[in-house]
Design a protein around this ligand. Structure first.
Ligand code: AMP
Length: 548
């Protein structure tokens, strides 16, 4: 027997309509890439998104077409987030920090018909234009007529001004309803190995993810909140915040391109931000600025969500103790829309002492309702949730990818429908998951596994170390041994002995890195993650070449 409830397809436009109707006055503040600040409301965003649909249609965009963007977080980008799927097309966010060859490859692979770009990416657009001329017919610069650049584009590729498009478009569009499984957005993975691969979200997966991240034990967004997503809209859907904020009527503060400590501090205080979200590197920059500025405070920020890579304990401790701000750890990936877990305590954690609480906050958290997870060994057998055994982390759920763009549905899953994340993790009896490594980064010493993330976290608790990476170096006897590479804090001098001393009593003796290298900087991917493959290529034979 079927239930007797109304059935409405889960449409992305529905949350925008909700925001406009019920939270019409909630603010959207954008620090534009050109430096000025624009303010409007969710009601304005909905009205202008309807205009943008009409403009896209006038450019020849139809249902199923891909609309590329090269942009930071701002209100025009938000309008594309809603207008493209609102007409059945696909908002394809492209990471502008990638190498132009990769950007060209991604735009061509997606077959974008139109490319929207901010003026800060003029050089990228010019560089890739000849390579993408076969698919992109129009480039729309996301700016006002006064700031329109004169770009040299190949014959047949039009250059248009965003604000002109909106000004010339009608507002008469009525958001349609269609199959909730229709594709809505496309985002390519960082591609640290091989070519980037596209993850194609649907209206249904996006709305379910937005509900999932909004719960009180996750982002807990409220109408009274003012949220600043530092996490970029060009990658991993800004952790779903642009959709979840509309759903919850939260005001959005968009930071544009200046994400350094002083700029963030000013924007967070000026705009009375209550919650913000981004990768640990940004919070490290903010912390350094706050510490270096006598009397500096965060006036209104209550919570910082961190994710994207492991959060050094120092950050959680420092923001909590020195600035009264709670750091909350989340985990996810492009293929999971992206949020899979969030770290909030359970009743069982009530009696934890300080050390226990500290360790708890480092974990990546428990699954959101809608996701399931497990850890398995090399034979695919499920491992116990004892907080000790670590294995390959697999997930499944309504906002987990089933295949990459262009591949057959289900082709990214195992025979039982699970998606292998490529992360290695433990899960404790309370269901708290802790990432110990990417599977390709784990160090296999004499048949036993050593967690590079654990060693890195301890290294950065050294007051003179700014950043650390641990990689597997080949070893004649043990196959692999940990090699620690550190970047000292500006002006500090560190010796290998002083670095190794910090591990005393914190790890099993055989986990101690065999060698410490002190370098000026570490390589990062375009999304700010440590580029360990580059480090491995450079140093993996060091212990064979120079045994100690
Ligand atoms: P991306 O698809 O670019 O977001 O990368 C996803 C990967 O980032 C995950 O598979 C993890 O390896 C890593 N990651 C994301 N969040 C965390 C976190 N909180 N702690 C450790 N690693 C993380």
């Amino acid at each position: 027997m079927l239930g007797l409830m109304q059935s409405q397809p889960l449409m992305i436009s529905a949350v925008l309509k909700h925001a406009a109707r019920h939270h019409g006055a909630a603010e959207i503040v954008s620090k534009n890439v050109e430096g000025d600040i624009d303010r409007y409301t969710w009601a304005d965003a909905e009205r202008r998104s309807r205009r943008l649909v009409r403009a896209l249609q006038a450019l020849g965009v139809e249902a199923g077409d891909r609309v590329g963007t090269l942009a930071m977080n701002g209100y025009r980008h938000l309008e594309i987030y809603y207008a493209a799927p609102g007409l059945g097309a696909i908002c394809h966010t492209v990471n502008p920090r990638l190498h132009p060859d990769d950007i060209g490859y991604i735009v061509n692979h997606a077959g974008d018909k139109v490319l929207f770009a901010e003026t800060s990416f003029n050089a990228v657009v010019t560089a890739i234009a000849p390579a993408i001329a076969g698919t992109v017919k129009t480039v729309v610069m996301m700016t006002s007529p006064a700031l329109m650049p004169a770009l040299d584009l190949p014959a047949g590729m039009r250059l248009v001004c965003y604000d002109d498009l909106i000004a010339g478009a009608d507002e008469d569009y009525v958001w349609p309803e269609f199959d909730e499984n229709t594709a809505s957005a496309l985002c390519y993975t960082s591609g640290t190995t091989g070519r980037p691969k596209g993850v194609l979200y649907s209206h249904r997966s996006t709305i379910l993810h937005a509900y999932g991240v909004s719960v009180a034990d996750a982002l807990a967004l409220r109408a009274v909140d003012r949220v600043l997503p530092v996490v970029p809209m060009f990658h991993v859907n800004a952790w779903g915040i642009p959709y979840a904020a509309a759903m919850t009527g939260t005001s959005l503060i968009m930071p544009g391109r200046h994400l350094d400590g002083p700029s963030m501090h000013k924007l967070l205080n000026d705009e009375r931000v209550t919650m913000t979200a981004g990768v640990p590197t940004v919070w490290m920059g903010l912390l350094q600025h706050l510490r270096a500025t006598p009397g500096a405070k965060l006036d209104t920020v209550q919570r910082i969500m961190t994710g994207g890579s492991a959060c050094p304990p120092l950050l959680i401790e420092a923001f909590g103790r020195e600035y009264g701000v709670r750091m909350e750890h989340g985990w996810g990936m492009t293929e999971i829309s992206p949020v899979g877990t969030y770290n909030r305590p359970k009743p069982a954690h009530a009696g934890l002492d300080e050390a226990g609480l500290e360790h708890l906050t480092l974990k990546q958290g428990r699954v959101l309702p809608g996701i399931d997870m497990k850890i398995v060994n090399d034979a695919g057998e499920e491992l116990p949730w004892d907080g000790v055994a670590f294995g390959d982390l697999k997930v499944r759920g309504s906002w987990v990818a089933s295949a990459y763009y262009g591949d057959a549905p289900g082709s990214a899953l195992d025979a039982d429908g699970w998606f292998a994340t490529g992360d290695v993790a433990t899960i404790d009896p309370n269901g708290m998951m802790e990432i110990t490594d990417r599977s390709k980064d784990v160090i296999k010493s004499g048949g036993e596994w050593i967690s590079s993330i654990t060693l890195e976290n301890i290294a950065v608790s050294h007051p003179d170390i700014a950043e650390a990476a641990v990689i597997a170096a080949r070893h004649a006897k043990w196959d692999e041994r940990p090699l620690l590479i550190v970047v000292p804090v500006k002006g500090a001098m560190v010796t290998p002995e002083s670095v190794l001393a910090i591990y005393e009593g914190k790890i099993a003796k055989w986990w101690l890195p065999d060698r410490v290298l002190v370098v000026d900087e570490l390589p990062h991917t375009a999304t700010g993650k440590l580029q360990k493959n580059t480090l491995r290529a450079r140093y993996q034979n060091l212990l064979l070449e120079q045994p100690s």
